[in-house]
Structure formats: C-alpha cells, structure tokens
Design a protein around this ligand. Structure first.
Ligand code: PGA
Length: 247
C-alpha cells in the first residue's frame, strides 16, 4: 500500500525561486513508491503546477468555506480545484491557535469541499500540551472529530484524510512516541465507529504529523502502521525529505 507523504511548507520559503530549487532537488529522486503531495504557499501554485505538475501532486494549506464573493484575501475550494491542486489541509493547529479558527468553521470547509469538489481534505486534529498533561487527549480529539464531521455522511468518510497532529509535537523536535501514536490511532478509529458504525473501521485514512524527520519516519510508518505523514520543517530540507518520501 502506498503511504501518503504530505509536505506542509507553511509560510516558506520567502521567494518562489527558492521553492523551485527545493522542487528541482526532489525531482527524480523521489522514487514513486509512495504518494507525495506538496502544499506550498498558494501564491506559488500556478507556477509550480506549470513547471512541476508532471512530477508532483500539489495541495494547499487552507481554504475558505464559501466558493466566491466579497471575502477579501480568501481562496475557495473551487478555485483550488480549478488550478489543478488535489489536496487541501484544513484545521491545522496554527490556523486554530493563531487565526482563531474553530471546529464549526472547519466543519463548513469540510462540507463544501466534499459536496462541491473532488479535492481531498486533510483534517488536522490533536491535543495541546496542557490537554495532554491533563490526560484529556481522548476527549479533545473526540470533540474535534464530532464537531468537524457534523453532518458529513458515512459514505464520504473514506475521501477524508485525518491527520493526528499533537500540537506539542509540531515544530518542536519532540515527536510522539510509538505507543502514543498507536493510542491516538486506536482512539480515532473508536470515536469514528461510535459516531458512525463499525463498517467504517477499515476505511479511514489516518496520518501522523509533528516533528516527523528522517530518523523517526520508520517508527511512524512501520512501527505505528500509519497511512502516512504530514511533514513541516523536514519537508523544506530536500535531502531529508527524499529519505522520508522513499520509506
Ligand atoms: P513539523 O510540522 O513537521 O515542523 O513539526 C508539522 C505540521 O505542522 O504539519
């Protein structure tokens, strides 16, 4: 089974030419064993698709919950689809904490994406440090899943990628241990079976994100049997990212 390796470049690099350099360094060295998706800043997408559309699948890091209108600065799922991107990350913890996005907005984005486009949404969930220390991980991800998946029918569940990203592991170099990731995976499956029913058990795509690097990728993919990874920092380092992609 191909694993899903998603690069989240966040607000990097500063210049499009630097992004081109990264893609050029990856080109030809990513062996195609796994599915690699690059999510650069949206403003670079048109050029990247023109120059590298044959080499990589592209996605975006966020979208709005309306298709068009007077929403200065926003981009919509249909626009993303029309330019040729295939994936859209929603509910990333940086969107939630810095831009104050809530589950209700994320739910609206998810509904719009699933109902009106063929884009694959990557729904990010995960607890922060205080919630982990207070042993509230299960409640937090249950609440996020329940709210974000409100009114999403069972038949659409296999189109969604769920990214478990503990907030304390993002960009910190401190990644979740094997047992914590397996625990979270089992919790997500149980919560979704409770929301829907047992029939969805093997139809859910669950990936892990949070300080994934060339050293821990084997543990995440082979140890925890995750369906893939969401990679931030390491996705901007071509040598490291190639090793991750070729796992
Ligand atoms: P990181 O970021 O790999 O730098 O921890 C992951 C993410 O934010 O998706």
């Amino acid at each position: 089974m191909k694993k899903l390796i998603i690069a989240n470049w966040k607000c990097n690099p500063e210049k499009i030419i630097e992004g081109m350099k990264i893609l050029n360094s990856l080109k030809g060295l990513v062996d195609g064993k796994n599915k690699v998706v690059i999510c650069p800043p949206s403003v670079f997408l048109g050029q990247f698709l023109a120059d590298f559309g044959q080499d990589f699948t592209f996605g975006v890091q966020n979208c709005y919950f309306e298709q068009k209108g007077a929403y200065t600065g926003e981009i919509s799922p249909k626009m993303i689809q029309s330019i040729g991107a295939k994936y859209v990350i929603i509910g990333h913890s940086e969107r939630r904490s810095i831009f104050k996005e809530n589950d209700d907005e994320i739910n609206k984005k998810l509904s719009l994406i699933l109902n009106e486009t063929n884009l694959i949404p990557v729904l990010c969930i995960g607890e922060n440090r205080e919630e982990r220390e207070a042993e509230k991980t299960y409640q937090v991800i249950a609440r996020q899943l329940m709210n974000c998946l409100d009114n999403i029918p069972k038949e659409k569940l296999n189109k969604i990628v769920i990214a478990y990203e503990p907030v304390w592991a993002i960009g910190t170099g401190i990644y979740a241990t094997e047992d914590k990731i397996i625990d979270a995976r089992n919790s997500i499956v149980k919560i979704l079976c409770d929301i829907y029913d047992k029939s969805i058990e093997n139809k859910i795509n669950i990936i892990y994100g949070g300080s994934v690097n060339k050293e821990n990728i084997d543990m995440v993919i082979n140890g925890c049997k995750m369906d893939g990874v969401l990679v931030g920092g390491a996705s901007l380092k071509p040598k490291d990212f190639i090793l991750i992609c070729n796992i």
